[in-house]
Design a protein around this ligand. Structure first.
Ligand code: APR
Length: 318
């Protein structure tokens, strides 16, 4: 059986971690494309040379030419500028739209059958643009945001309750911006609703609510928290790991249910926009969007988040 092929478009901070994770997990052969000469070649050589130590056996190649992504099964896009302190993701739209248009044309030409996972920001707008330029079916173009946003929310809950991060299940919906919707009601620790545990911890409902509100706020601003600390760029380990979970579910047909930026056609009251929702990812890409009931407060938060996505996407000229 032929090995799977993964193309990484963008060989910066996230691209490097993606390549290393693909290699360590032997997900397939990897090609990294970047416009900077020598950068993808150097990074891939650096990773490849430690194969004997790490014990992975995959081919790794860096390139400045799109031909090399030919036949890729999965393409992960990180091309584009990251934020600097004080910037919102939306501030990147102009510059990253130009980059995304070029990238999508390259993918359309050389990897026409691929599944595409976009990480570049502003995420919801960049996925929309990528799908429009490639013309690929919606099931084959998706964005990574929700896996990470949910992971950040789960981390804060685990730290607060002093339990293993492995036992927290958390989900966020909506756009990848400050209005994202961490869903407290559907968040649990070993199946136990998180608010019940917080209320028991503090023996005080108001205090538990206050603590949860702080965690929701931190989740919404978690990307910016990292940017403010790093000063020179944005988070890169965590977005890479999150996208790899999505790629792995597709490549191995795992059918994992992962929060994914998907094109909605009526689900959650949204029509014609890419928004983060739980979806089944398998050999056919986005195989199913998982819909469930939101209460009035959750729907209002979702509507607000979707309105922000619409504002941004509608400002783009296609
Ligand atoms: N084609 C391919 N690669 C490009 C192009 C292009 N037209 N333009 C820029 N790049 C490359 C840069 O050369 C750089 O190596 O994209 C890479 C981006 O890497 P970093 O600047 O290190 O950014 P990174 O932290 O990896 O984030 C990439 O993901 O999370 C988002 O907000 C983040 O939009 C940013 C993207």
């Amino acid at each position: 059986m032929a090995r799977k092929k993964i193309a990484l478009i963008g060989g910066g901070q996230i691209g490097g971690v993606l390549a290393q994770l693909c290699a360590l997990r032997e997900l397939g052969d990897v090609v990294m494309f970047d416009i900077v000469e020598g950068l993808p070649q150097g990074k891939m050589l650096d990773i490849a040379e430690v194969g004997p130590v790490d014990g992975f056996d995959v081919n790794l190649k860096g390139t400045n030419s799109y031909e090399d992504i030919e036949g890729a099964d999965v393409v992960i896009v990180t091309a584009g500028l990251p934020r600097k302190p004080g910037m919102s993701r939306d501030d990147l739209i102009e510059v990253n739209s130009k980059i995304m248009t070029q990238v999508a044309e390259g993918i359309k030409k050389y990897a026409p059958k691929s599944f595409v996972i976009v990480i570049s920001n502003p995420l919801d707008a960049m996925v929309t643009l990528c799908q429009k330029v490639t013309g690929f079916p919606y099931s084959r173009v998706m964005g990574q945001a929700g896996v990470l946003d949910s992971s950040r929310f789960a981390s804060f809950i685990a730290w607060e309750l002093g339990v293993s991060v492995k036992d927290v299940v958390a989900v966020t919906l909506g756009g990848h911006g400050d209005d994202m919707v961490p869903l407290v009601r559907y968040t649990s620790v070993c199946g136990i609703p998180v608010m019940e545990l917080l209320e028991r911890k503090y023996n005080d409902k108001a205090k538990a609510k206050e603590v949860m509100e702080a965690m929701v706020k931190r989740t919404r601003g978690a990307g910016g928290e990292v940017v403010a600390l790093l000063k020179t760029g944005s988070a890169f380990y965590s977005p890479a790991s999150s996208a790899i979970a999505m790629a792995e579910s597709i490549l191995k047909d795992q059918k994992r249910v992962l929060p994914t930026c998907c094109f909605l056609q009526g689900e959650f009251g949204v029509n014609g926009y890419y928004v983060g929702v739980p979806a089944v990812l398998g050999e056919n890409g986005v195989e199913k969007i998982i819909e469930f009931a939101l209460d009035a407060e959750e729907q209002a938060m979702m509507d607000k988040s979707v309105a922000a996505v619409k504002g941004l996407v509608d400002s783009m000229k296609f």
